[in-house]
Write a protein that binds this ligand. Sequence first.
Ligand code: ZN
Length: 354
Amino acid sequence: MPIFYFKKNQMSLKKDIFLALSFRCSKVSIFLLLVFLVCFFSGCVAKFKPSQVNKFEPDGYYESVPSLGEKGYFVKKIAPEVYFFSTGVYNNLFIVTREGVVITDPMKGKGKLLKKAISEVTTQPVKFMIYSHPHIDHIGDAYLFEGNGVQIVAQIETGKALKKYKDKNRPIPHINFGTNYSLSVGGISIELIYPGEGHGKGNTIIYIPSRKIMMYVDAVTPKSVPFKNFAYTIDIVSQIKGIEKALKLDFDIYVAGHLNRPGTREEMQEVLAYYYASRKASIKAIKRVSFVDVRKKSKTKDVEHLFGEYLDTVAEECYKILKPEWKKRLMGFEAFAKGHCDIWISYHRTQKAP
Ligand SMILES: [Zn+2]
């Protein structure tokens, strides 16, 4: 009988509601407990299996992570005063001048190794620290180098982001520049160029003209397709413009922030060609796949599900167009190509029609 029909005073009504709910809750609890016990003993509790997320085929081209031994890093002189530091998957540059050391990107979890690497080649103190951009993985150990007069240099947007995050591991820059900044230390000039947002805000090209060396992080990793969703791009078209701008500089070697080696100009051009190809493939796929056809074949009555099926079909078609050429050329194709197609499909649906 519904509890509302009891003619009682308010207090006892509340008590009845409470008791009724308790009774219902206890019935529900007993039911849930029974379901859990049945599932537990029959093995129907879902278990995470790593193979579920790693079912894609291997790529046609790949480079293995090198064995780094107990040290966990290596350091290599790539030009006079300029050193390449790598922990296999992450990398950066540091420059040893007669007036002190300039470091770039004190990567999270690698700061102590970077200190060791610097001590292998010089006793000079660190004087400047350049942030390529504000992301934790690249500058998360900056706190290990702050103080002692070390000047931190970064683009304004990086400074703004770090002020917002209030992360003590990523101290706020002392020098915040807009479009360009020239840092001259011990006779070496380091040019900082902001090509605009793309991978993120504040992502800066670090260029040493006298050594023909450039560092541009997370936009183009040699012999690799870009990371997931174009390295979590916030603006894919501006990201491409940034790479085009970087390629206008006179350099022979570039440092990408990832991998165990620097890249060449040709390798940067190759990855840029992939950016263009993925855009073209997405346009072709959008034109080839008809929403009406997908709807005819679909068994779902859920409109959101239907849209998901349509977008997945377009991304799959785009991936198939790219596969014959790019799977054999660049690492990460199987892992990330469909995500790249997704980014372009969403760009063409929301920003610019194909
Ligand atoms: Zn990043």
